[in-house]
Each structure stands twice: as C-alpha cells, then as structure tokens.
Design a protein around this ligand. Structure first.
Ligand code: TYD
Ligand code: MG
Length: 458
C-alpha cells in the first residue's frame, strides 16, 4: 500500500480532503482548508487485517443506577449540567475570547474543591501567579483547589494520572500540544489529538475533564467544533461584550437536557449568579415606547421574559438594512414577508433593526408574535400596552399557532406583574379561557386579527 502523503483538513468542520481547495465541500466555508500530516493507518486493509480482540457484549436488562453527580453548589451551573457534573465525563466549554470562560471555570473549580472534591485547574494561557492573582481578586484564595500551568499534554496526563482528581479543568484546548503530532498547537490535528487523549483519560480514570475552547469566526485557529463530537457535554458561554450578562447554554448533554441555560452577571468580583433572569432582562425597561414587545419565552426548563426591541426608519439604501441581533435573521425575514403578503404592511424602503435587550439570544419560534408586534409597533410609532406579554408562532399563511408550555410562560409573566397576555387563539390553559387571577388573555387567530386588535387597523 502506498504511504499516504499529506491530507488537507478543514479548520471549521474537520472534514478531510485529498487536495487543497478554496472552499470546503463539506461545510461550504471559504479559506479554511490547511495541509496536515496524515493520520496513522492500521496495519493493512481488508478482512485479513482484522487482528483485534473480541469485546464483551451485553444485553439491555442490566440495572444500572443513574450516574452520581458532583455538585458545585453554583445553582446556575449545576442546572445547566443537568443536576451536577457526572464523574468520568468530558465537557467542552466554548465561547469567544474574553467572554469569561477562565473566570467561570476558576470559580467552578474552587466551588468543587470547597465541596470536598479534588479539583485541579491547568492553565495553558496564564502563569500560575496570574491565575492566583485572579483567584485572590475573586475571593477564592482559601479554596483547597490545585493549580498548574502547562501546555505539554503528556506532562498534564502524567500529573492527572498521579493526582487522580475528581475534576480537572484544562484552559484551553487550543494551547495544548502533543508530541505525537507534528503540527503547531491550535491546529486541527493537535486539538483533535489532545482532546481525544483527554476524553479517553476521563473515561478510563473516572476523572471529569472540562475543556475550554475558544471559538473564532475566522476559522484560523481550529475551532472546538471537531471536539464537540468527542465530548459528552457541550456548553457555550455567550454574551455581548458591552453587557454584563453572560449566559451558559447547554447545546449537547448526554446526561441531561440540552437547551438549558444558566444566567450570570460579570461583576468586579467575578461572575455572580442571576436567579431571576426575567426581572434582570426587563430591568432596563422604562416607560412604554414604540418598538418594544415583551416575549414570554422558555429556555430549557425555565420561563424567561425578554424584551424584543425594533427600530424602523426610512432607508437611503437600494436594499434596506436588516440588522438582527439575538434573533434568528431567517425567521425575521419570514415574518417581514408574512406581514407584507398577508397583512399588506410593506417594509420595503425601510431599514429594520431588531434586537433582544440584555444580550440574550432567542431562537424559539414562539417569539414570532413578539417580533411581529415590535416591528409593527415601531413602524406605526405606537407603543404596545406596557403590561402585556406576547407569545405565538406565525405560520406562512399568517395564522397564529399555539406553542408549548403556555402555562409556564403565563405564570412567569404573572409573577412579574403583567396583567395581559396576547396569545394564539388555540392556546390551552388551565381553567378559564379568558382570564385568570387578574391576568386577561387576548386570543388572536391570525396576524391580520392582531393588527386590527392591537393597532386598530387591518
Ligand atoms: P476571562 O475569564 O479571562 O475570559 P476568557 O477566558 O473567556 O477569555 O475574562 C476576561 C474578562 O472578564 C476581562 O475582560 C475582564 C473581565 N472580568 C471582570 O469583569 N471581572 C472579574 O472579576 C474578572 C476576573 C474578569
Ligand atoms: Mg481564558
């Protein structure tokens, strides 16, 4: 068999190609393909080359207890993990540089050690003294956790093997280098090899390994996307630079629900838990203004109220601006098209700016009605009732579809003092269909009906 020469790997998705190309066929990204040393091949090809050992197989009847959990005592983190960290699991915490990953995981490692667990934090980016200084600033100086600064994977694994901690944080996966791979730290093959060895180590030794990964838009540094498939749990730490709110979101979890969020606030003394995110996201709301709509959403298992803000202004551009932050821009385009085609309300010649207050990301289709309401309110320059929340999915025909967990959304809104809910006609609620405990339900069948009911035109 001829020895393979080199392979070309996409830094964005990890796909391998035989030759270089400007665009990756697998993910469609441009300028992400780099040359890499080949992965080692097995001893030969075909059935004659099967030389492995038989693995023990089992049936489905075995009674295994659910995995025990390690709790940090940071409620927002424990919930996102699905009730705590599972021993021997591998976790990836991704996020933009500077968002607060190191701060979060230093605080988490300290919390695990305060809870009586053996926790090690290995930094490949900062010297131990720097991490210690940060820990002092965060008021964690007394925590019995252990600290290391190293980038050599072999040394890190040897240390972890000798120490056998319950939890090990590796900050970050991009700084590691394994001497078995001839590529620079941060390259796809280094990141993949290091992550693979650490994940294997986690399973074999029962150590929960938390990997930190920087996400870059340019695709120059290997994104942790290749690592996502290897680990049990993937968390993303999100937030807007200018805002102090940070959201930890589980996008994959083999041991709990995905889509769960934890909300934190970046303060001078590190990340503080936010136990009532709705109140926080609505805290900047003053008098009712045109273009503002309160969406009663569900994030994971929790109801969260957020404010959708819209600004609509005459455009001087041939193709007007559609600037969307924190919402799905495809969804927004669809809603604009439905407003135009079904309600006869055009947005041509108008710039549209939409965002979610507080740097929150909302991906639920249930936000459709709140988005449409904010857009209409901005366009008509007419404020929505200040005490109203909205939710509902808009179909292409303009009809409003009911959404899941209406009861939870309404309860949260009621708790925060809202007295009316604008919702799809077919929404099922417990008890009375039109009112409950001081909250009135305005039931709407379709978008045209909504325009007529709320803005008095149709
Ligand atoms: P960091 O955890 O280093 O981010 P990452 O590891 O994701 O790159 O956080 C960096 C930012 O957080 C930095 O801009 C300063 C800010 N910060 C605070 O506001 N308060 C604090 O107590 C700490 C430690 C950091
Ligand atoms: Mg960092």
């Amino acid at each position: 068999m001829p020895k393979p020469t080199t392979v070309f790997t996409c830094t964005a998705c990890g796909a391998t190609h035989k030759k270089w190309a400007g665009r990756c066929d697998a993910c469609g990204q441009w300028n992400t393909i780099v040359e890499e040393a080949p992965l080692s091949q097995g001893p030969g090809r075909g059935l004659g080359a099967i030389k492995g050992r038989a693995i023990p197989l089992s049936n489905l009847q075995a009674h295994e207890a659910p995995p025990p959990r390690i709790n940090a005592g940071i409620a927002e983190l424990d919930r996102v993990l699905g009730g705590g960290l599972v021993p021997g699991s591998a976790l990836l915490v991704g996020g933009d540089p500077g968002i607060g990953k190191s701060t979060l995981l230093l605080q988490a490692a300290a919390a695990f050690s305060n809870a009586g667990k053996h926790a090690i934090y290995i930094s490949g980016e900062e010297a131990s003294a720097q991490v210690r200084m940060r820990a002092h600033r965060l008021g964690l100086a007394e925590a019995p956790m252990r600290l290391g600064a190293e980038t050599n994977l072999r040394d890190i694994l040897t240390t972890l093997d000798a120490e056998r901690p319950d939890v090990a944080v590796i900050d970050s996966i991009q700084t590691l280098w394994s001497d078995t791979v001839e590529a620079a730290p941060g390259s796809v093959s280094q990141v993949r090899a290091s992550a693979h060895e650490l994940v294997t180590f986690a399973k074999r030794r029962g150590v929960a390994v938390i990997l930190v990964g920087h996400v870059t838009k340019e695709g120059q540094i290997a994104g942790p996307r290749v690592v996502e498939h290897m680990v049990d749990t993937v968390l993303y730490f999100e937030g807007e630079r200018g805002h102090q709110f940070r959201i930890l979101r589980s996008v994959k979890n083999r041991f709990g629900p995905a889509g769960e969020i934890g909300v934190f606030e970046m303060t001078g003394a590190g990340l503080a838990e936010v136990t009532n995110p709705s109140a926080l996201f609505l805290s900047e709301r003053g008098q009712p203004v045109a273009g503002s709509a309160v969406f009663a959403g569900i994030e994971g298992t929790r109801p969260v109220l957020t404010e959708v803000q819209a600004l609509v202004a005459p455009s001087t551009l041939a193709s007007p601006r559609r600037t969307v932050v924190g919402l799905d821009s495809g969804r927004v385009s669809t809603i604009l098209a439905v407003l135009e085609a079904r309600c006869g309300i055009p947005f041509a010649g108008l710039d549209v700016f939409l965002n979610v207050a507080g740097g929150m990301k909302v991906v639920e289709p249930a936000a459709d009605l709140a988005i449409a309401a904010a857009l209409l309110s901005a366009r008509e320059d007419s404020a929505l009732p200040a005490d109203a929340v909205l939710f509902g999915e808009i179909s292409l025909s303009g009809a409003l579809r009911p959404v899941a967990q209406a009861e939870n959304r309404l309860k949260e809104a009621q708790k925060l003092g809202f007295t009316q809910a604008i919702l799809p006609d077919a929404t099922k609620v417990e008890g009375n269909d039109n009112e409950r405990g001081g909250m009135g339900f305005r039931r709407i069948a379709d978008l045209t009906g909504f325009v007529g009911e709320v803005f008095g035109a149709g």
